[in-house]
Design a protein around this ligand. Structure first.
Ligand code: HEC
Length: 140
C-alpha cells in the first residue's frame, strides 16, 4: 500500500471513530414555555430557540462529530444561561433581569452568535425585529 493510502485510511478510521463519542443532543420536555406577544415570540423562536429552549432543531450536520461537539456545547451552555422552555416558572424579578440581559446581548450584536447566523441567515435580527424585542424587553 502507498503511504498516502495508509494516511487516508487512518484519517477515515479516525473520523469514523469519533462518531461514537457520545454528546448531549436531547430535547427535554417543555414545561413552562415563554408566554409573549406572537410577534415577539416568533422572533425569539426563529433566532434564539435553537440554543435557548428545549425545542432545539438538530440538523444532520449537528449530529456529525466534530461539529456536533461544538453545537452541543452551545446548546448546553445556552440553556444554562437562558431557557425559554422554563420561562414561566421564573420569578418576575428574574424574568426582568433576563429581559435586560436579552436586550443587552442583542444591542451589542452578541446574540445570536455569529457562527450560528452564518448557517441560519434568517436568524439575523434586522432593525425592525430588534425594535420589537427592545419594546418587549425594556419597554421602550
Ligand atoms: C448558537 C446558539 C445560540 C443562539 C442561536 C443564541 N444564543 Fe444566547 N447564548 C448562547 C451561549 C452558548 C451562551 C453562553 C455563553 C455566552 O455568553 O457567550 C449564551 C448566552 C446568552 C445570554 C446570557 C448572557 C450572559 O452574560 O449571561 C443571553 C441573555 C442570551 N444568550 C440571549 C440570546 C438571545 C436573545 C438570542 C436570540 C436573539 C440568542 N441568545 C441566541 C448560545 C446561543
Amino acid at each position: 500500500m502507498r503511504l498516502s493510502t495508509i494516511i487516508f485510511l487512518l484519517i477515515l478510521i479516525g473520523i469514523t471513530g469519533i462518531q461514537f463519542i457520545n454528546v448531549e443532543k436531547t430535547n427535554p420536555p417543555v414545561t413552562a414555555d415563554l408566554d409573549a406577544p406572537i410577534e415577539v415570540k416568533t422572533i425569539l423562536q426563529q433566532s434564539c430557540y435553537d440554543c435557548h429552549s428545549n425545542e432545539t432543531k438538530w440538523p444532520w450536520y449537528s449530529k456529525v462529530a466534530p461539529v456536533s461537539w461544538m453545537v452541543s456545547k452551545d446548546v448546553v451552555e445556552g440553556r444554562e444561561h437562558l431557557n425559554f422552555s422554563d420561562w414561566e416558572k421564573l420569578l418576575p424579578a428574574k424574568q426582568r433581569k433576563l429581559k435586560e440581559e436579552i436586550w443587552e446581548e442583542i444591542e451589542k450584536d452578541n446574540m445570536p452568535i455569529s457562527n450560528y447566523t452564518l448557517f441560519h441567515p434568517s436568524s439575523k435580527l434586522d432593525l425592525m425585529k430588534k425594535q420589537t424585542i427592545k419594546k418587549w424587553a425594556i419597554g421602550n
